[in-house]
Ligand binder design. Sequence first.
Ligand code: PGA
Length: 246
Amino acid sequence: MKKFVVANFKMNTTLTEFGAYLDEFLPRVKDCKSNIILCIPATHFHVANQRLSATSIKFGAQNISSEESGAHTGEISSLMVKDCGAFCTLVGHSEVRKKFKESFETINQKIIRALAVNLKVILCIGETKYERINKKTQQVLRRQLEVALKGLYENELKNVIIAYEPIWAIGSGKTPSVKDVEIAANDIRNIIADNFTSRSAEKINILYGGSINENNCSVFSKIRGINGLLVGGACLNPKSFANICK
Ligand code: PGA
């Protein structure tokens, strides 16, 4: 099955730099078999839509509002993102959660908004270092998933991808062991099975994210139960990211 490789640009690249990035990146992944998704700043959507529409590469947002429309200065709605041609949006990234003190109840609202306009969701979950040391990972993942996915119908789960990102692994150069990621993926499927069905648990796509680079990507992408990778820092170099995609 095709693996997902998702780039999270975060707040990097001007529009000019993004254009130059695509010039370098697109020829390198022309024959690449992976499902590539670029989660980019909203300022780049228009150019991404123009330049990616003839390719198999998709683009997405890094966040959306939990509100439908109206007096929410600075926010971007799921419909606006969808209307620009985006395929998906990240929700619940730990940097957003921390900065905006975002709860999983709010993340649940965002997921509902995204699915309502046919925008797919990449839901980020993961434990802190403290929670891992205290053996709370499984419990934390359960709570995060149960709150974030509350009220969803089973058939909506096909539009949701789960990204397991231990917070302490993001941008730190540290990664969990292969065994720990395998256990987390298995736990996530069990939680989905408990709350939905075992069929949806089997089918749901789970990504790993946190300090992925050219050297460790192949090990992490081959972990049992893992369907792809979410890449932050290492996606910013088009050559490296193309190698990760391949
Ligand atoms: P990183 O970021 O690859 O730089 O650790 C991953 C992420 O934040 O999604």
